[in-house]
Design a protein around this ligand. Sequence first.
Ligand SMILES: [Zn+2]
Length: 552
Amino acid sequence: MQNNKYYLYARKSTDVEDKQVLSIEAQLVELREYAKRENLYIAAEFIEKKSAKTTGRPVFGKLLAEIEKDGGNILAWHPDRLARNSVDGGQIVYLLDSGKLGTLKFPSFWFENTSQGKFMLSIAFGQSKYYVDNLSENTKRGLRQKVRRGERPGLAPVGYINDVRTKTVVVDNRQSPLVAEAFELYAKGDQRLEDIAAFLASRGILTKSGKQFPKDKIKRILTNPFYYGHFKYAGEIHEGKHAPIISKKLFDEVQATLAKRGRPQKGATAPQIFCGLLKCATCKLSVTAEKKIKHQKNGNIHEYVYYRCTRKHKTIRCTEPAVTEPDLVAQLADILHSYAMPQAWATTLGKMLDEDEKKANQTSGLFVASAQTRLASLQGKLQRLLDSYLDQDIDQNTYRTRQGELMSEKKSLEEQIGKLTLASKSWVEPMRQWLKQAVSLCEIAKSGEPSAIKEAFLKMDGLNLFLKSKKAQPTAAPNAALPPENIWVLLRKTKEKIARMGDNSAKSCNLVGIEGLEPSRQDGHAPQTCVYTNSTISPEIERSAFWRGIAS
Ligand SMILES: [Zn+2]
């Protein structure tokens, strides 16, 4: 489209990044002179006072609509006047591609409507974008520096004013004594937040729209450390450079009053701690918490938390009784303790695990090395085969058959190498984690900390808890696929067995003939020595199979 019309576009915003840019008047002067010099016909001038960081500039929109309709060319000071975001930049390039926009002229930027020119243009748009992104980073950095200097960015709180000239926050001489009085008033303890709002309103401290402050605004004022000389920024407390208007002591008194007057948050999370952890043994539904308040004759009030079946089963009328929280905590702690692994066992097992890991690595290392040698020789064979084929020593059929065989072998070897390199990692780490976890149960049980107890149970795979006749009962999940049996159940059995064998063996921590838990399989009869301390241990290969079983 041959169109000699030019649209002049000038833009400057109040954005910080536009500070260095020519004023709109200066842009107009320059552009008009440029048009005269280059003999360009200006059909219209578009002037905008908005940032180009985001889309949605009305004048720019009109300019594009005009070009879309009638075609034309654009004259602007620099590409960054046109676009500082990828959408607007994309629109310009699109109009160029579609031919509606003939060309662009900039006194401060070279452009030609060729693929190279468009490339340069999109880089210029992109650089503007980078500049904008970079700038908002710089602005943030500027704010952080301000914070470090002890200046709180943003609007000054009630009782202070922003001094535009010095760019600092200064005490508002009229308001600040009133704000301090409000603190004094609230500290007495007989005032509500609404009363404080009314007090401030009566002295002319109101919202921008001239109304009394809402309750939550008063609370924000009363909890703002700014008034005693600190300030909060990005979640942290900083020392401010501004003058405090109340003492820290008064502030603390106000906080105490707030805590006292504020309604006690009635166990918002605490009672629910074990919700969903247990299931009712009768109807298999989740056990939930219920709070009961008992008023005694002497006026004392007691709160109890009970756990009971949700009793929402469609056909079963559940009669399982509820259990109190302290009772349940004690029971769960006991159960947890019964699964705890004695440290001495863990140490022994840990050493064995280290040994097995080393051996497994050696074995797999040996295999991997030999596999790699074979791989190299296969590679050589393949090469020679190809050579003989190319030299026409063998026919195509022979070549293809033999080549297929060698390639197949090569693939199998590569796969085995891959598997072996991963194999030991796949069971050693989980096993170590399990040992750690099993030992930690003891401390958790002793702490009696409900949240820790709950978390510990949630981490014990394959173990379900049921509530029957006010008793929590652990059960292995029915389809737990852990061989040879649920490892937690096994560990507990082992401990019971050792306990039965008397104090001596329990103290010495000899894992004598423990079915299942000892890595080497004993065949039926228990040997009289600890399987871990004597040397008659089954081949490691069997033991690592055992580890793998646990870790799986
Ligand atoms: Zn039930």
